[in-house]
Design a binder for this molecule. Structure first.
Ligand code: FAD
Length: 393
């Protein structure tokens, strides 16, 4: 049965239907068996999950493709899908990122910008885990400014496109079967999306080494040298960066949920430690200033759950805009950064040892804070909405 979590202080779980709660129960059992026991070790060795177990297992649970009629297993709400991201990140931010990439960025691109035929052709293969996807937007010379600065070029050549350029930071990029590549059309200068099988000649990917956050996720530098894809692989509804931004609006809101989950993972470890560690003859949880760290953390988490719940409801109501998900991403990741630091502080020296259960959340927070739009960029999207003036063009 569905167990209430203490970090959901105001009981936002009541928004979930019984069917949605049932899937959360199954997801928790799956994570307890297949992710939680291995996460610290994989993280320490910077190794990816066992794909047959974790990717297939998540697919079998039906977690890829929940929103779309081609792949969804039962009707569900955006709050539920956010709650899934929370539960994943509560155990490990890398597994949450894996789902966010496959489900949100890759399938989301095809669902938002693909034709009905492309949706029918590709979405079920990602939903079943047969294909693992990656999302290639960021470049070595263009991160925050991809809308203007993206340099990868796609040139139309009869029924084909020839793509040249480079991508950086691409999650799953070295192990994916298919990567969505965003490139500038050489003719009209607009950014368009392409479904690129990674076996295509000219596609090469090199894993980025020595990453000290989200170490289980494999990020890659990608080089595209005269990569030829048919027009049938161009996302048919992608005309400009507007469609890319539409995908990011959806995924940023989900990252906001994952940030809450990452905070909860650290908070739960801190609560446990506060009850066990004895100083001055009593558990440190009896000391007033330690209680303050926990209360402040719970305040951050509670405010954040309220925010992400509402931003997801706005999606289902059809009123969510870029600035709404940008604010959710900016606010929750900033609160997460404070929360994981307080939880680490509460553990004293043990807080920096992986085994005590906070350090992985602490380090992974840094990646979540910067990907899918840095704090600054999301702040500027909100600033544009407030003032009507874009500060970043
Ligand atoms: P930069 O754009 O160089 O920014 C550096 C700093 O300058 C930041 O603090 C930024 O906020 C600030 N800055 C820049 N411009 C302004 C401005 N106008 N005003 C104020 N401040 C500004 N990308 C993908 O396409 N696919 C992926 O799967 C993917 N996965 C990732 C996974 C990880 C772990 C990481 C770290 C990144 C990933 N990214 C991915 C890339 C990510 O989206 C970028 O790192 C992010 O957009 C920031 O770009 P940048 O790193 O180039 O930083």
């Amino acid at each position: 049965s569905f167990e209430t979590i203490g970090a959901d202080f105001y009981g936002f779980e009541n928004k979930l239907t019984d069917q949605e709660k049932d899937l959360i129960v199954r997801l928790r059992a799956f994570l307890d068996e297949n992710v939680r026991p291995f996460a610290n070790d994989l993280w320490a060795r910077a190794e990816f999950f066992d794909r047959d177990v974790v990717v297939r297992g998540l697919a079998d649970l039906g977690l890829f493709g929940q929103p779309w009629e081609e792949t969804q297993q039962f009707p569900n709400s955006a709050v539920f899908r956010g709650w899934v991201a929370l539960e994943l990140a509560r155990v490990d931010a890398s597994v949450a990122t894996l789902v966010g990439m496959q489900n949100g960025l890759v399938m989301g691109s095809i669902a938002e910008a693909g034709s009905p035929e492309q949706r029918a052709q590709w979405l079920p293969k990602f939903a079943s885990g047969e294909l693992l996807g990656a999302f290639g937007l960021t470049e070595p010379l263009s991160g925050s400014d991809t809308a203007q600065g993206l340099q990868t070029v796609a040139k139309r050549d009869g029924d084909n496109w020839v793509i040249n350029g480079a991508k950086r930071w691409i999650g799953n990029g070295s192990i994916s079967d298919v990567t969505i590549i965003w490139a500038r059309d050489a003719d009209d200068n607009q950014v368009k999306g392409f479904i690129v099988p990674t076996s295509t000649p000219g596609y090469s990917a090199t894993r980025i080494e020595n990453k000290q956050a989200l170490r289980i996720v494999q990020n890659a530098d990608i080089v595209l040298e005269n990569v030829v894809v048919p027009e049938a692989n161009r996302l048919q509804k992608s005309q400009s960066f507007r469609e890319t931004a539409a995908v990011l609006r959806l995924t940023r809101a989900e990252v906001a949920w994952a940030a809450v989950g990452n905070s909860i993972g650290a908070y739960e470890a801190a609560v446990k430690y506060a009850g066990e560690r004895i100083q001055f003859g009593k558990p440190i949880g009896s000391h007033q200033l330690v209680q303050e760290l926990l209360a402040k953390s719970l305040g951050n988490i509670t405010a954040s759950i309220g925010l992400v719940t509402r931003v997801s409801e706005m999606l289902d109501e059809g009123v969510q805009k870029d600035e709404h998900s940008a604010l959710a991403k900016e606010f929750t990741t900033s609160r997460m950064r404070e929360t994981v630091a307080w939880c680490r502080e509460l553990m004293g020296g043990n807080g920096i040892v992986l085994d005590y259960g906070v350090m992985r959340f602490f380090a992974d927070a840094e990646a979540i804070y910067s990907y899918e739009g840095t704090r600054e960029m999301n702040t500027l999207i909100v600033g544009r909405a407030i003032t009507g003036k874009a500060a970043f063009v």
